[in-house]
Design a protein around this ligand. Sequence first.
Ligand code: UD1
Ligand code: CA
Length: 453
Amino acid sequence: MGLEVIILAAGKGTRMHSELPKVLHKVAGKPMLSHVINCAKKLSPDAIHVVIGHGAELVKSELSEEKINWCLQKEQLGTGHAVQQALLNIDDQQNVLILYGDVPLLTADTLKALIDELANNQLVLLSAKLNDPTGYGRIVRKNKKIQCIVEQKDADKKTLKVNEINSGILTSNASKLKHWLSKTNNKNAQKEFYLTDCIELAVNDKDKVEAIVCESEEEILGVNNKQHLAYVERVFQSQMANQLMLNGVTLIDPTRIDVRGNLSTGKDVEIDINSLFIGENVLGDGVTIGSNAVIINSQINAGTRIHANCHIENANIGEKCELGPFARIRPETVLAENVKVGNFVEIKKANVKRGSKISHLSYIGDSDLGKDVNIGAGTITCNYDGANKHRTIIGDNVFVGSDTQFIAPVTIGDGATIGAGSTITKDSPEQKLTLARSKQITIDSWQRPKKNK
Ligand code: UD1
Ligand code: CA
């Protein structure tokens, strides 16, 4: 018999005060539901069923790349009713694991322990002992044996004092769940069909019910409002930072780094404060990242130093480069080794070969630069004619004087020198000095205008 996962995600999330369905709110840049699905996938289940209701179409379209069996729960009549919708598509002999779309920090190891325990029981749930159990369903035990779960809203004073809570996560057999759920009713404070009522029904049937007590309180955190969301985000980020440090990365302050996606790192990487990494990023050996960097889907190769306040997106930065402070590297930029990009330089869709320098105040877009090119301060590639983009091709060893504009398309031959202040509209030959600016003149008779009295 195989395993199938049901993820409950139909609820509205009223306390989020948002148009967005709750499970689409993001942790580390990804919808909470994606985190839960990724965790479920690690168990290699036969199928993943997600119960949706509020914002169903939006949830489906946001996660359209996932292989999911979507189950619509038209009315949110409770967690038990939600599970029933998914069970319609699950064969009796299958085992079922129930997860919540708003509990994003859960780990596959915890779930494996839960599933293993099912070998000796008919129902296994994940509980936790909390200092403040307010809001959760309480696990009621007699002589240490689980009797039932009582929801906060249905609990008497004595039960409210119980600090062992229901995480909501449980595993059982499909036929058993179908049987118990068929016997539930909605005679409770919330007038809902509770999944949690299965526990008492199982006990009454003399089925074996066991709880695994989750060691980490954080894993079972459910997000109900924006405070919870922010807290879960911080927990996730601190786990990420710890993992980076265990991998050998030096973090100047592990509370001041955010990783939304995957960050792979070589040896002796050092990251200063307030850096943000989005998407798939790779940092080679010995890379240093200055403070306030934003790095998106980029590869930064060994020995490169990124100074403070750089923004780098969809770029490949070669070995031993030096960037910034205040450099902006835009998509489809490829820098070879030993390239230097200084402050207030923007580069887009450009290939820059080894040893070239663009040190100050420049825009290099849609360009190919050869080896050992020196671009003077204030150089601009005028790549856009208002309708189309054109390329600027600059050969090896070209020296470009400050404040030059290249009106693309234009090609500059190897070894050429461009005089400062030039507006280059035509191809410029190799090894020659080319300049395009009006001659300096002095007008002897000229006088400054004076203010009228
Ligand atoms: C539930 C548990 C409670 C547990 C807590 C843990 C029940 C009755 N109670 O309470 O014991 O301590 O979770 O966080 O199960 N959902 C649907 N359809 C519905 C109702 C809910 O899909 O008709 C989904 C929600 O989207 C959510 C999950 O089920 O992902 C939990 O629902 P919620 O209303 O938040 O349950 P709690 O009151 O928190
Ligand atoms: Ca909840």
